[in-house]
Design a protein around this ligand. Structure first.
Ligand code: NA7
Length: 294
């Protein structure tokens, strides 16, 4: 398919590369010039990238960035034509998603929200899981594009439901990880080896995909960003905002947000969100170490 891919960050660069390798005709654009993708043409503006595309795929930071790419100067809006599909893999506000979809619907353009789960490792290996909202017919048309970048597509309902579900998923990731980090900190302070605790977790019902994935990085104190702390913080804020609008109370997540806020103040925004552990360590006066770190 002819795909315009907008946003070549940690996730987008890998996804666009997989699209080009799978034989799609890809044109890429990135706000900061100088980023290219092998096998893809580069465009100077989002509008230039999207001209003549069948699909416009976005993967940018936040709601404001999506709005700018779509409706800003030289944006996609000026070149939209009937039958095009806009797909958005950024994690943004579900309410804004529905508004954006309504704005382009008048031009006969469909809108599919397709945030994903799986961090940069899954993006690189083409094994992302897409959490999708949109019409079934549009999602079926996008199947070859999904196939090139991911291993599974879950349709959660109409446009906006992908983003709503993604927030519910990241709420769990943030809180499961925070539970793990607090347990590691306490156990270390009480003299328990972190590596042994991780081994025990793996053999019990406390085990989780989040802990399986994060434990090796944490034990090696490798906080290079798979999923940057600033983006998880953004998702937590989006989730709290969506909860407020829906009159749902999330007291646990409110506290976790405070930890992220302080971690941002400490300058950890570009580390992995696993680095929230370092705050707990600082408060406890310990450093988590495991034998697996050797
Ligand atoms: P990154 O690596 O932080 O990349 C963010 C991308 O978004 C990058 O290409 C940015 O361009 C672009 N961006 C940021 N702000 C804007 C604005 N205002 N206009 C246009 N483009 C912008 O994030 P990831 O790839 O890890 O994640 C992307 C999304 O997927 C995010 O929503 C996650 O939560 C999930 P830059 O290179 O900085 O010019």
């Amino acid at each position: 398919m002819r795909v315009a891919f907008l946003g070549l960050g940690i996730m987008g660069h890998a996804m666009a590369g997989n699209l080009a390798r799978a034989g799609h005709e890809v044109t890429v654009w990135n706000r900061t010039p100088g980023k290219h993708v092998e096998g893809a043409r580069s465009a100077a503006t989002p509008g230039e990238a999207a001209a003549n595309a069948e699909v416009v795929w976005m993967c940018v930071s936040d709601t404001a960035a999506v709005e700018r790419v779509l409706f800003g100067q030289d944006g996609v809006d000026s070149v939209l034509s009937e039958g095009m599909i806009i797909a958005d893999s950024s994690t943004i506000s579900p309410v804004a998603t529905v508004h954006f979809a309504a704005r382009v619907a008048g031009k006969g353009v469909s809108y599919v929200d397709a945030p994903m789960t799986g961090s940069k490792v899954a993006a690189a290996s083409g094994s992302l899981v897409f959490i999708v909202g949109g019409a079934e017919t549009d999602i079926a048309r996008l199947q070859p594009v999904f196939d090139a970048m991911g291993k599974k597509v879950f349709r959660m309902g109409e446009t906006g439901k992908g983003q709503a579900t993604k927030l519910a998923m990241n709420l769990q990731i943030a809180m499961i990880y925070e539970g793990f980090a607090e347990a590691l900190t306490l156990a270390t302070k009480l003299g328990v080896d972190a590596g042994k605790l991780v081994e025990l977790i793996g053999a019990t019902m406390v085990r989780s995909g989040v802990v399986d994935y994060k434990a090796p990085f944490v034990l090696q104190r490798d906080f290079t960003p798979n999923f940057p702390l600033r983006l998880m913080h953004k998702d937590i804020l989006l989730t709290l905002e969506a909860a407020k609008e829906a009159r749902v109370r999330l007291p646990g997540l409110e506290i976790v947000e405070e930890v992220y806020d302080l971690a941002m103040e400490e300058g950890h925004q570009n580390l992995d969100y696993a680095a929230t552990l370092t705050l707990l360590e600082k408060w406890a006066g310990v450093q988590v170490k495991g034998e697996a770190a050797a």
